[in-house]
Design a protein around this ligand. Structure first.
Ligand SMILES: Nc1ncnc2c1ncn2[C@@H]1O[C@H](COP(=O)(O)OP(=O)(O)OP(=O)(O)O)[C@@H](O)[C@H]1O
Length: 669
């Protein structure tokens, strides 16, 4: 590696030149923004409001002025040409590129070149920043077979966390880049150990796809699904920092929020309600409510009445009913569309009769016939319009209805588990799992609008029916599934990805591993990995990209406030993770010692010192983590060891494990 210039007092000509280039790029960017704003302001407010939206325009302006986001983070030299790489294209007034967007094909060697395979580069230069100021650089003379030593990568990872997740655009690794730049048509499942960058890679893939397939994806949209609001708060700034403000980021609970959730299910009930068999029960309940036509229908058409005989009516209904299941071509007839279609078939029958009798009813007359009170009454009797919430409510409160729909699928004990007391629909004690059932029925009634690409994070925890809810939002698009089977804590967690991918509608998605751990120092990762043979015997352990001597402290005698006070002496965030039931006690102990900590909630954002219920720790990270009483975390739930594995892998710099009693066995020695 060539000289890395740390903070210097003597002027470094390379630094001076790069700073000048950055200043120029910043000026050009400001000019580009000003030009865009001028266009927007010049009497095209309606367009601007519609296309950009006030919030988006605001965000773009903020980005332009954000000193924490330098216009370039590195450069490539081919020997004849130099390209600066940044978060977005910057060009000067003549249109000459000043910075190349990281997603452009020309930027690819920046991420892929190595000493063994320089990809036409003689040098790769990475910049180091401090407070938005260029303070150093690292050169890799690839042409001479010399790779870098990763010092800047290490600095970047260990830069104290002060808020939400940051992008990794300056340091995406080749194996990550492979996934980020995979073709749009490819659905991918990223199985990665904690801190290997799955979330980061998924978000950068979304940004890459939007850049590369802008037109197509701008129409169909990109959706990111995370486990809860706290997690979304944590990740939600990554895409805007990359210039992508039009991505919808949500949770399964929000996707399926068709009924007000006021209740909770016992665990065994939640498991059953998430079971794939329920999809079939609901399908039967809905389509089974279609009746057999009992009488002929008299259809008023063009001033005459035409009788459509019951036998033909039965055939129309049967044909349509058959199309309620996916055929070989996967085109499913939705229930509401089936009802419309039935009315049209009846009216067309009458039209044919009229034509055979020498008449010629018009299209408009036929449409009117389809909407006539007679035909409507027939459809109401045979193929009534249904409401998703009403149907699920009826199924859960009417044992006879449930028994009919569940015959051969759910035994008596399972049916009893599902039952809830009868009561008015508007006061129904809906649960999260019920909401997914209602969404399932809504998806049978009408087509759910689908996105062009969906990124689903922490996918190992999805129930089969939650998978179906996500799959409905996918339509013909592709999927990026992110997860770690070793961190699976929900009751439906499986030992492999097959079921989840099938449930998500992409059984053939390739499973791609990520095995280099960025977040957690080697000492901490090795410690957590001791649990792997117990919780996920088939999975290979990740190796950390860096070691951190002293990063792991396992203490039987530690006093929590003292430990926290000591950690707080260093910059960065602190997460105190404990069993959910211990949260009030831990928060009180800290407050009592003059260390007020915010308790992280499902929809809250964490402050610099947060008490984190173990059940919410997934996906998050803190510079320092204190795990309080690991045995209680394990004892709190059936997959407690998996939960412990999650919480032990949240620390970027320091992990302190405080235990009063025995440690879980693999961690004891
Ligand atoms: N190539 C990289 N360069 C710098 N930092 C990286 C890189 N890849 C990942 N990181 C950092 O490592 C940390 C973990 O990343 P991320 O949260 O995406 O991992 P994950 O695999 O989703 O973890 P978990 O399974 O624990 O949720 C983040 O701080 C991220 O910025």
């Amino acid at each position: 590696m060539s000289p890395a210039a740390p903070e210097t007092t003597a002027p470094d000509p390379v630094l001076a030149a790069e700073r000048a280039h950055l200043r120029r790029a910043a000026d050009c960017l400001t000019a580009m923004r000003a030009a865009t704003a001028a266009v927007t302001d010049a009497g095209v407010d309606a367009w601007a409001a519609e296309r950009l939206g006030a919030a988006r325009a605001e965000r773009l302006r903020a980005l332009a002025a954000d000193p924490g986001v330098p216009p370039s983070f590195g450069r490539t030299d081919t020997g004849t040409e130099t390209f600066h790489i940044g978060r977005r294209h910057v060009r000067d007034a003549d249109g000459t590129p000043v910075v190349i967007d990281w997603r452009a094909p020309m930027s690819r060697p920046f991420y892929r070149a190595s000493a063994a395979d320089p990809q036409g580069l003689v040098r790769r230069r990475r910049f180091g920043f401090s407070g938005g100021e260029l303070t150093g650089y690292e050169d890799e003379l690839l042409g001479q077979g010399r790779d870098g030593d990763g010092r800047l990568l290490r600095e970047e990872i260990e830069r104290p966390r002060s808020g939400p997740m940051r992008d990794i655009v300056a340091t995406i690794a080749p194996d990550q880049d492979d996934i980020v730049r995979a073709p749009l048509a490819e659905s991918i499942c990223v199985q990665g150990a904690p801190g290997t960058g799955k979330t980061a890679v998924g978000l950068h893939r979304a940004a890459y796809l939007l850049y590369t397939h802008g037109g197509q994806l701008a129409r169909t949209g990109v959706l990111v699904v995370g486990p809860n609001r706290a997690f979304l708060r944590y990740i939600e700034q990554v895409l805007p920092t990359l210039g992508e403000v039009d991505v919808e980021q949500t949770t399964v609970a929000e996707l399926t929020a068709r009924v007000p959730v006021r209740g909770t299910d016992a665990p065994e009930v939640a498991v059953l309600k998430g079971d794939a068999r329920l999809a079939e029960v609901l399908h039967r309940a809905l389509w089974g409510s279609i009746a057999k036509p009992a009488d002929d229908v008299q259809v008023p058409l063009a001033g005459r009445r035409r009788r459509v005989p019951v036998e033909r009516l039965k055939r129309y209904v049967d044909d349509l009913r058959r199309r309620g299941r996916a055929g070989a071509d996967q085109q499913v007839l939705h229930h509401a569309a089936g009802r419309e279609r039935l009315a049209v078939l009846v009216a067309e029958d009458a039209r044919r009769q009229a034509e055979e009798a020498g008449g010629s009813p018009t299209d408009a007359e036929t449409r009117r016939a389809a909407r006539s009170p007679e035909v409507r009454a027939f459809c109401d009797a045979v193929w009534p319009a249904r409401d998703a919430a009403e149907l699920v409510h009826a199924l859960l409160t009417d044992p006879a209805l449930l028994a009919r729909a569940a015959r051969g699928l759910l035994d008596d004990a399972e049916q009893a588990l599902l039952r809830r007391p009868a009561g008015p629909l508007h006061r129904a004690p809906w649960t999260d799992a019920d909401a997914v059932l209602v969404d399932e029925v809504a998806g049978l009634l009408e087509r759910t609008p689908g996105f062009g690409h969906v990124v689903v994070d922490e996918a190992q925890d999805l129930s089969p029916l939650q998978c179906r809810a996500v799959a409905r939002r996918l339509a013909a698009g592709s999927l990026t599934v992110l997860g770690d089977l070793a961190q699976a804590t929900s009751p439906w967690s499986a030992a492999d990805w097959g079921g989840t991918l099938a449930g998500l509608g992409r059984p053939d998605a390739a499973v791609r591993p990520l095995l280099r751990g960025y977040r957690v120092p080697g000492e901490v990762l090795d410690y957590a990995n001791r649990l792997l043979p117990l919780i996920a015997p088939g999975l290979p352990a990740a190796t950390a990209v860096r070691r951190g001597p002293g990063s792991l402290r396992v203490r039987a005698d530690g006093v929590l406030p003292d430990v926290v006070r000591e950690l707080a002496a260093r910059p960065g965030s602190i997460g105190v993770v404990c069993a959910d039931a211990a949260v009030p006690g831990v928060a009180a102990a800290l407050a009592g010692a003059g260390l007020p900590a915010a308790v992280l909630t499902d929809d809250g954002a964490a402050g610099p010192l947060a008490v984190v219920p173990a059940s919410l720790a997934k996906g998050l990270e803190f510079d320092a983590v204190v795990v309080v009483d690991p045995a209680a975390i394990v004892a709190a739930e059936p997959r407690g060891l998996h939960r412990l594995y999650v919480v032990l892998t949240r620390a970027v710099s320091t992990l302190v494990v405080l235990h009063a009693g025995d440690l879980p066995e693999p961690l004891a020695e």
